[in-house]
Design a protein around this ligand. Structure first.
Ligand code: DLZ
Length: 204
């Protein structure tokens, strides 16, 4: 029987026009590496070009909201100053009509160069918090969660919540696909980034 949990049936969205950022914390790096790798696999499977996936890191999860905010605004500046990227971004925005919402993007893959300078279509924030003896876990989880939500609403860019809040090492490992039958949540985050990147315009 299919599991009750999870994102439901996955539709295939075409990510070949997208530019996606990944920013990850370095705390608990073995688990982080597996999650980032899972996210990148899903992005590649959806057609996102390798050169259009930009990966940055920060020390810990507490730094994620600031990093996402800077990554996105820097990509906007880069896009307007490089000319072609700005034009490309405008072109892409106007190319997706409201009726495209659940369909794959209709733009030909060749429309986006292998290495784009357009603003990010979505950013995945990846962190792993494992509960310890102090209150760090609670404070960082709360601050990072609120901060990531604030950034996506303030900036108008989809931010995928790739923050594991595990009560034990084992819980974190299982959610990073490390172990028999374990599911890598990073794969879901990659798919979520593509879906939101495709859908982010034309909600009217
Ligand atoms: C300090 C701290 C602790 C105790 N635990 C974690 C953790 O489990 N996962 C994580 O991503 N970061 C942790 N950090 C680091 C903070 O997120 C942050 O990097 C520092 O407090 C510096 O601002």
């Amino acid at each position: 029987m299919a599991s009750l949990k999870g994102p439901g049936e996955a539709k295939a969205y075409d990510g070949s026009n997208l530019r996606i950022g990944i920013v990850h914390a370095r705390w608990n790096s073995a688990i982080i590496d597996a999650l980032v790798s899972g996210a990148k696999q899903s992005l590649a499977a959806a057609g996102v070009k390798e050169d259009n996936i930009v990966v940055q890191s920060v020390p810990g999860s507490y730094e994620l909201p600031f990093a996402v905010q800077r990554m996105y605004t820097a990509s906007q500046i880069q896009s307007t100053s490089s000319g072609s990227g700005g034009a490309l971004a405008t072109d892409l925005l106007s190319s997706t009509s409201a009726t495209d919402l659940t369909a794959s993007s209709t733009k030909p893959a060749s429309a986006v160069p292998a290495s784009s300078t357009a603003p990010f279509d979505a950013i995945i924030a990846v962190g792993v918090l494992i509960k310890g003896e102090t209150m760090h876990f609670e404070y960082i989880a709360e601050a990072a969660s609120q901060g990531l939500m604030r950034v996506q609403l303030d900036q108008g860019v989809p931010v995928v919540f790739g923050l594991l809040t595990a009560l034990s090492d084992e819980q974190a490992k299982v959610r990073a696909g490390l172990g028999d039958g374990a599911h890598n949540h990073g794969e879901d985050w990659g798919r979520a980034a593509v879906e939101l990147g495709v859908k982010k315009v034309g909600w009217a």
